[in-house]
Structures are given as structure tokens and as C-alpha cells.
Design a protein around this ligand. Structure first.
Ligand code: SF4
Ligand code: SF4
Length: 436
């Protein structure tokens, strides 16, 4: 079984939604569509209060090289541009759209047998960004300066509880593989690996049953190869999955393209299929709503800008013993103060955790046990990063690798003193940005 050094086996808790088919979330009345659903500059609104919009209509234009177009999730009327909180607690501009129940849908022209240039242009036009959480514009990612020879589809979905990629691969396997081939053409590579954790055998068997897709043992030249990866967190981090699939090591501070690889997520490949073959821009996505604090955990297809309150209602409401709300997975997601947040293109999950599932213990002093260092997939010394960040010594926190940390949270998970190591890393990076 392919894997990487370090990491930790964490209970995956996927059983809550693993066998549940994707449900469509019905249209609601109010949507708040964020202009900052991607890394880079927020998009610029091209609609204003009082405008009528159709589902799929462009409502905000990318405002630079690293930015992305944004589309209306429903037919309705623009109420205005309002300031709202996002999952990270920042205040951002959102376009408030009141749906009017009409069915008018605007699509782009579907493309048949497109060239590489046409696919890249369509990915940009449809506002596609990395849907695993990073939100990096995909059109930029598929055109690196370095020579690349391998596309890796990150299907590890190693975050506990989440099943959205797993369900997409099971229920829409042909479309996902079609999207993967289009992505490979956009990247100009012929070698395609799909890295999938061993706890997704139904998805594995569904994929390898398709023409031109094989497991490692049976692969013929030209096949898309599905690689089984050991179930270990963070198997789905870019650097760890590249190592597991190709044995190539991405140097500190470098991008995957520096070792000839481009990594994209399952949802992104599916969005590329939708944009090229159906002409549908990116304004819906599949997410997992789970945790023992939610009455009816589900995998749902949701429109961007949907308030979490509506999602919670659709999933039967919260149980009384809910202790923590999380946007994303429990390892890399963000704790929410309340449900006053709306979905974006990058939201793979929402969790309501009970006190039995979520740690609410306060941090104590580091006891120098070294556990954090033993699990760090980047071979860092997380205890020193935490120590120096807490002292306000940014220089030494950087010296011990804060900038090479990809914030997987494995160190904090194993820490018996419950040190907030990831927050220390983020604080250090923030202080560095301020300095610059
Ligand atoms: S230091 Fe960073 S990369 Fe290493 S385990 Fe902690 S969060 Fe992950
Ligand atoms: S795991 Fe926690 S207590 Fe142990 S060395 Fe690391 S920071 Fe200190």
C-alpha cells in the first residue's frame, strides 16, 4: 500500500454518510454569494440592486490573473451587495439574491472535442477553482511554467467525516473520468494517477470497471491508473499524495510542478466536465453535512451562497448536545461561532460535533514529549514553532519551519497538552505578511 512518512491514523467517522446518495438541496429564498470564493483578488460585481438575474448568469468578473468569475446560483432579483462574515471570520462583500421561483438557466456553449486552449479558456470562463479547500484558480494551475508529465487526481479525502468526493466517484464515475481526461489535456500530460485511500473500495471498484481505467496491477500503457493509498492522515495533502503516487519529493517552498506534477481534486475534475460538456459554470457543489450533532447527516448538492441555517434545517436541525460547529473537515476546517455563514465553491463539508466527538480542552504547558515532531509529515519541530510564536519571536518560529507547514493539524491532534500549534503557525505567517 502506497503511503508517506509520518502522519497518524485517525478515526475516519465516514460511516455516518458513506452509503448515502447525494441529495439535491431545494431552492430557498435568500442567497448571499461571496465575491471572495478563491485565493487572490475578490471578483468585481457586474450586477447591482434591482437587477433580474438568471441561474448561471455571470454576476461578478475575475479581477486579475489570480481571481475567478462568479455566477448566480438561482433565478431572482439582486437585493444589493452586503457585508457578511465568512467561515474564517473575515468580513467580505456578498451579492444578496432573492430567488423568484423562475426556471431560467443560462449556460455556456457546450464544447465537443475541444482543443487544449479551448479547455483552459472554458475552465477560466466557468470560474473553476480548486474545490478541495484551497480555491486556487484552476486555469492558472494547469499552465505551470515548469515542465509537467503527471496529473494526480487527489481522491484521498483523508479528512474524517467527509464523503463528497467518494460519493461523486461512485455516483458520477463516467463524468468524473471524462473531466479528468479534459484536465489532463489542459495540463498537456498523458500520465494520469488517481490516488484513493483504502477505505473507499466501492469507489475504487466502480472506477476500475470503466474502460481505460485500471488498478496498478492490471494497468496497460495509456490507462488512467487508480492507486490505493494507505488510510492515514494527511494522505490527501499535495506533498504527501505526490510522494505516495510517484516517490517524488516537492522541495520546501516549491510547487508540485517543480517535480513535474499537477494535483487536482475530484470535485474540480467533475466541475471541468460540467463546464466543457454541459456548459455549466461553477455555482453548485457536493458537500457532506455530518457529525453526531446533526439529526440527519447527508451528502448534498448545494448552491453557492446558501446560508448554513438553511442547510441545517434541510438536515433535520441540530441536537441539543452539539458542542462545536466546523466548516470543512475536523482536522483542517474552521470552528464557527454560529451558523451565520454561507457556502462557497470550496466548502466540502459542515460538521456539528457533540462533546464526545470534539475536544474542548484548554491548552496546558508543553511537556516536551516529542509526539508532534514524530507525526509531522514535513519533518518539522512543531513544539518550537509553537513556543517561539507564543513568545512573539517570529524569526525563530520561521527558522523552525513555520512557512513550510501546510497546517494539516496532525501535530495538534496528537499533542497531550492540547497546544494550539496550527494557530501558532497561522499567527507566524500573518505576522510575516504584516511585516512585508
Ligand atoms: S507542523 Fe504543520 S505540517 Fe507538521 S504536523 Fe503540524 S500542522 Fe502538519
Ligand atoms: S506534542 Fe505537545 S506536549 Fe508534546 S512536544 Fe509537542 S507541543 Fe509539546
Amino acid at each position: 500500500m502506497r503511503t508517506f512518512k509520518g502522519g497518524k491514523h485517525v478515526p475516519d467517522n465516514k460511516d455516518l454518510t458513506q452509503g448515502l446518495a447525494i441529495e439535491q438541496m431545494p431552492i430557498i429564498l435568500d442567497y448571499y454569494v461571496s465575491l471572495a470564493q478563491h485565493i487572490g483578488k475578490p471578483a468585481e460585481a457586474v450586477v447591482s440592486a434591482g437587477d433580474n438575474v438568471a441561474e448561471g448568469q455571470l454576476i461578478a468578473k475575475a479581477s486579475g490573473f489570480i481571481s475567478a468569475n462568479i455566477f448566480s446560483p438561482v433565478c431572482g432579483v439582486v437585493v444589493g451587495i452586503e457585508k457578511r462574515k465568512n467561515a474564517q471570520g473575515a468580513t467580505i462583500d456578498c451579492i444578496h439574491i432573492k430567488s423568484n421561483g423562475e426556471q431560467k438557466v443560462e449556460t455556456l456553449q457546450p464544447l465537443s472535442n475541444p482543443t487544449r486552449e479551448q479547455i483552459v479558456a472554458r475552465i477560466a470562463e466557468a470560474g473553476i477553482v480548486g474545490m478541495g479547500g484551497a480555491g486556487f484558480p484552476t486555469a492558472v494551475k494547469v499552465q505551470p511554467k515548469d515542465f509537467v508529465d503527471t496529473l494526480i487526481i487527489n481522491a484521498a479525502e483523508c479528512e474524517p467525516y467527509l464523503n463528497c468526493d467518494n460519493r461523486l466517484m461512485i455516483e458520477r464515475a463516467k463524468e468524473f473520468i471524462e473531466g479528468t481526461k479534459l484536465l489532463a489535456k489542459a495540463c498537456n500530460v498523458e500520465r494520469i494517477f488517481i490516488g484513493l485511500e483504502e477505505n473507499k473500495m466501492e469507489a475504487y471498484n466502480t472506477l476500475v470497471a470503466l474502460d481505460g481505467v485500471s488498478g496498478e496491477k492490471d494497468a496497460q500503457p495509456g490507462d488512467i491508473v487508480v492507486m490505493l493509498l494507505k488510510k492515514k492522515y494527511p494522505q490527501g495533502a499535495e506533498k504527501t499524495i505526490i510522494y505516495a503516487c510517484t516517490k517524488r519529493k516537492v522541495p520546501c517552498g516549491a510547487l508540485p510542478a517543480s517535480v513535474g506534477c499537477i494535483v487536482n481534486n475530484v470535485g474540480t475534475a467533475y466541475a471541468v466536465y460540467d463546464a466543457v460538456v454541459n456548459g455549466k459554470p461553477l455555482y453548485t457543489r457536493v458537500m457532506t453535512v455530518s457529525g453526531r450533532g446533526i439529526n440527519n447527516p447527508k451528502n448534498i448538492q448545494v448552491r453557492t451562497g446558501t446560508p448554513l441555517t438553511a442547510i441545517v434545517d434541510f438536515c433535520g436541525g441540530l441536537k441539543e448536545d452539539t458542542a462545536k460547529l466546523v466548516s470543512g473537515g475536523p482536522m483542517m476546517g474552521f470552528s464557527l461561532a454560529d451558523l451565520d455563514v454561507c457556502t462557497t465553491k470550496t466548502d466540502s463539508g459542515f460538521l456539528a460535533l457533540t462533546s464526545a466527538e470534539a475536544s474542548t480542552a484548554l491548552p496546558t504547558e508543553c511537556i516536551n514529549c516529542g509526539r508532534c515532531a514524530s507525526v509531522c509529515p514535513m519533518n518539522l519541530m512543531p513544539m518550537y514553532i509553537d513556543f517561539y510564536a507564543t513568545c512573539g519571536d517570529t524569526e525563530n518560529a520561521v527558522k523552525y519551519g513555520a512557512c513550510n507547514c501546510f497546517e494539516c493539524g496532525t501535530c495538534a491532534y496528537v499533542c497531550p497538552a492540547k497546544r494550539p500549534i496550527v494557530q501558532s503557525v497561522r499567527l507566524t505567517k500573518m505576522r510575516l505578511r504584516e511585516k512585508k
